[in-house]
Design a binder for this molecule. Sequence first.
Ligand code: ADP
Ligand code: ZN
Ligand code: ZN
Length: 733
Amino acid sequence: MSDRAAIVQVAVPFPLYKLFDYRLPSAAPSPCVGGRVVAPFGRRRVVGLVTAVAMQTPSEPARLRAIEQVLDTRPVIPAELMELLLWASRYYQHPIGECLAAALPSLLRRGRAAEPAHARVWQITSAGQTIATRGLQQRAPRQAKLLAMLQQSTRPISRADLAASGAWRTALARLVAQGWAEALQMPAHGLRQNHVRAAAPVLNPEQSKAVAAITKALNGFQALLLEGVTGSGKTEVYLAAIEAVLSAGRQALVLVPEIGLTPQLVARFASRLDAPLILLHSGLSDTERLDAWLAAGNDAAAVIIGTRSAVFAPLARPGLIIVDEEHDTSLKQQDGFRYSARDLAVVRARRLAIPIVLGSATASLETLYNVRRGRYRQLRLPQRAGGAAAPGFRILDVRGKPLREGLSQPLQQRLRAHLDSGRQTLLLLNRRGFAPTLLCHECGWIALCQRCDARLTYHHPSQRIRCHHCGYERPVNTHCPRCASPDLRPLGLGTQRVEAALRLAFPGIGVLRIDRDSTRAKGAFEARMEAARRGEAQILLGTQMLAKGHHLPEVTLVAVIDADQGLFGMDFRAPERLAQLLVQVAGRAGRAAHPGEVIIQTHYPEHPLLQILIHGGYERFAEDALREREAAKLPPFSAMALVRAEAQEREPPRAFLDQAKAKIPPTRGLTILGPVPAPMERRAGRYRAQLLLQAPQRDMLQALLSGWVPRLAELKQARRVRWSVDVDPLEML
Ligand code: ADP
Ligand code: ZN
Ligand code: ZN
């Protein structure tokens, strides 16, 4: 008998609420918790993660199937991260195998060695440097362009860099063949060893206070809310705090909602921190992702900036976690493993005994409630850094006023005034496309999606109608399919329609539209924002994308074309979302020299939400909203879980949820709502229903769920539906 482990417990990457025992063949190397093994599963072979190793088990080892291969003898998921994932699996009621799989880079999931992959990159040769490109320009413009790109780049260029510049393969092959460029192998993590190029400003007293509060907390857990409007200097506070962390020899993890929307932040970090920095986001190739992940875990990276899944990055020497724009809903995963990266970041910081900073101008009510209960410490940056004035809100009552594609006369006048004085203006309309409805004026027919309970949106440049929920699209009808009339009319407003109207109303003025349609291509958002900053267009028009992240100092007028959309949302979080959007978009405007003006067009000027926001700001709004939530016993004054089910037919989701409901143990104080059809019952051809559980305390809900959810898979009706559990749901759809 040896003392080596004989039994290995493995999490397999399937939606199963179970772990599986395997026998370890005597010839195999010793596996470890957090390492990978290849194991037979049914008729397949899978890569699983070891969750425990043991000497013996109640079941007879000989009857267990054997591990086929031990891939790691050192954990790929360190113990601390493993425990976080186990915790998350229990908390979010999501199968452990899938939670672990969500954390791992896909190459590791597929069994690739946990070593930095080397990617091919290209650089210019000295022969390439001396070539006269003029002749090349005429004969082979692609090669010339590529050569210029290689020449200007300060580091070798990767496949991803090249992909952004159109067709490149043939041209590059020619350059290499001629000896003007050469290929190299380099780690692909995109690690940036920076050289500080920008100096830090002298912090104002509030900033200094905030930095001191964070650095004082570096040796233990503390959650801090850094509250300040856009431009109040939060990023400077992050930078100073990170510097303190780095000089203590530790790492900082920075979570941001969407990397694509924060290139400015990344560039600023890179130009200010004298430390290797990596990015972790969905735009990376598999190899880049693997390398970045390994760099975080083996200490090659000191600062890790990433989107929500970066909360699962291994950290060799964690010192600080920052969550920027903590109120942003994209920090919550909305499908599969439905975790909140913000909440998990707090849990992780507590387990690691390090501080966490949540930053926002419009903190979520959950976070403000934690401040109120004394769990989080509040740090405020009340003024705009550098003395810029905060913009003033103005409500523009459009009742009875003529509207030209949504633009009232007074708004057009204000636009004209700002444009005449050479300033930029920003218009927000949270709906893309030309018009949300296509109507037959003759018979009333409306273009509907055949797979969703939704209307098709008319897109003008492409002359197509599209479903924004399932992606269905087709060319726009020339005639009504019901009465054959050619009189089909777009109804309602989208950004494309307002864009057309603005071009007519302000001839000669550049209009830049920024929404999901105009920024679909890789790098397009960045390019458009860059163009906006360079002042290439005087009117910026867009959806909420425009309201996020970017500071546009030349913008002096911000207008919300239609605030009414958000005033009567069905979701109890609708007012919070609208208030956040309005404050965020208002924050894009103005700086010291020319303060901003913010106009909100509405048919409901007396609406309490607008009144409170204008007279009391976000702070008063949040106080009132929390009071309302408390009275209605809504989160954060209660805990919720939403069970969703869907199927091709209408009946099975309902039947499944009825069965599930019947299995809920009697629990005092528990409210069960449903089953009811989802607000949009049919989506992408599937009928959806849901069951909402609401408990006065989180612990009570957790206790109930952990006994109940694993049994749902065994229900007879479960086989007829797709179902999921969403703990702390942010959307009720
Ligand atoms: P936020 O992250 O809250 O939007 P930033 O940190 O980006 O704010 O600061 C907004 C602008 O003000 C930036 O251009 C920044 O360089 C500048 N700034 C921040 N703090 C100071 C300061 N203490 N002195 C001078 N300029 C500052
Ligand atoms: Zn018709
Ligand atoms: Zn659809």
